[in-house]
Design a protein around this ligand. Structure first.
Ligand code: PLP
Length: 423
């Protein structure tokens, strides 16, 4: 018996034995196609020699040095490369160990920036229902996934949630997609007015919503209106690209496709592609300089900030995606996959919507295509689909979402970018 504390204590998964390309193998030799990259992590598959060599070389040089004492070549090179590739005026990269840490860092940076500007009243975070921003308490409080929040509700800071931009569920009869987007974006302005603009710190959103709703992209114009509202009221725009970033949607940063730039952006998952645990928070020069010229100290930190080995792995991943052009496969392969799914399942009695961008695709399950009624959560449909797919050698990411407080179901697909037609 193992003493590992597993997430599901009554359902222990098999031991992974090895990984090769887009496949993982268990100890019996059974192959699993990693159709969701775990949880949208393994964008390069499982045996990329360039990334593995970069890790080995870095460990041979120096595995770790605490950022309280040293900076390092890979951390600096990674920060420079991220800033260079991020559209807009993101100017600094703060390296952490994962997505939740990136989001915690973003929230605290926003607050400290407001304080150092003398806007000490700014404290409220506004986010959206149907969102997930991580499992640590600050990130969990920001997210709008009721199922994940519920047990910890008494421990969560006060946050405010507006409607998501989820056309399949929210667009009304006779309303254009654009008008729908403007209507739900304008909820932000109403909420800011309600709280008092001088009290609002930031608006937080995933450009393409991942785990909670299944690859839901925004409609045209939505984020432009959001950016406008944030600018009008001096509210920071924090984009959570932990899942949808790093080329997953067909552009290195998902927000590129919406014609806006954030003040702060969180990335993780594909950043290390699973080869090392790493996340990053990027922010503008205005934010960084205010703190540098003010207290000169970001009142936040983690032991593994700027971890040299993780940074070296991530730099190699980024080079594979950009310089080697692996990310270029995302759009054409994503279009093919979506077309194949639509062809095969588009008229299925229990599939309401097939959507997404790039290799970030969601399939929404409904009891009834006409009424869009979700399945009864008691059926635990997502768990059954996950188990059946796994038995059949496919790793996918089915989830019970939250549709107006009730559980809905979707299957998230986020296969490695090295996927080929045969897969
Ligand atoms: N933000 C988003 C959008 C995510 O999808 C996730 C994880 O799924 C997180 C944050 C948290 O990241 P991590 O699990 O690395 O802490």
């Amino acid at each position: 018996m193992s003493h590992v504390f597993p997430r599901h204590s009554r359902k222990i998964p098999p031991k992974v034995a090895r990984g090769e390309g887009p496949f993982l193998y268990d100890q019996s030799g059974k192959a699993y196609f990693d159709g969701s990259g775990g949880a949208a992590v393994s964008c390069l598959g499982h045996s990329d020699p360039t990334v593995i060599k970069a890790i080995k070389d870095q460990i041979d040089t120096v595995a770790f040095a605490h950022t309280g004492f040293f900076t390092s070549e890979p951390a600096e090179a990674l920060a420079d490369a991220l800033v260079e590739t991020a559209p807009g005026n993101l100017d600094r990269a703060y390296l952490v160990s994962g997505g939740s840490e990136a989001m915690e860092s973003a929230l605290k940076l926003a607050r400290q920036y407001a304080m150092e500007k003398g806007e000490t009243g700014r404290r409220h975070i506004i986010a959206r229902r149907q969102s997930y921003h991580g499992n640590t308490l600050g990130a969990l409080a920001t997210g709008g996934n009721m199922w994940r929040r519920e047990p910890f509700a008494p421990m969560l800071m006060d946050t405010h949630h507006i409607s998501p931009c989820y056309a399949y569920r929210g667009q009304q009869d006779g309303e254009s997609e654009f008008d729908y987007g403007q209507r739900v974006a304008n909820e932000l302005e109403t909420k800011i007015a309600e709280l008092g603009p001088e009290n609002v710190l930031a608006f937080v959103a995933e450009p393409v919503v991942g785990a909670t709703s299944g690859a839901v992209p925004p409609v045209e114009g939505y984020f432009k209106r959001i950016r406008e509202i944030c600018d009008t009221h001096g509210v920071l725009l924090i984009l959570d690209e932990v899942m949808c970033g790093m080329g997953r949607t067909g552009s290195l940063f998902a927000y590129e496709q919406d014609g806006i730039t954030p003040d702060i952006c969180a990335i993780a998952k594909g950043l290390g592609a699973g080869y090392q645990p790493i996340g990053a928070m990027l922010c503008t020069a205005e934010i960084y300089d205010t703190i540098r010229d003010g207290s000169g100290f970001f009142q936040h930190g983690h032991t593994y900030n700027g971890h040299p080995t993780a940074a070296a792995a991530s730099l190699a991943v980024l080079n594979r995606l950009t310089k080697d052009g692996v990310a270029k496969n995302v759009k054409p392969m994503g279009d093919k996959l979506k077309a194949a799914l639509t062809d095969r399942f588009g008229q299925h009695a229990h599939i309401g919507d097939i959507r997404g961008r790039g290799l970030f695709i969601g399939v929404e399950l409904v009891q009834d295509r006409e009424t869009k009624a979700p399945f009864d959560p008691a059926l635990q449909l997502h768990a059954k689909i996950k188990a059946a797919a796994f038995d059949g050698g496919l790793i996918c990411y089915p989830m019970g979402g939250t549709i107006d407080g009730k559980n809905g179901n979707h299957i998230l697909l986020a296969p490695p970018f090295i996927m080929e037609d045969s897969h």
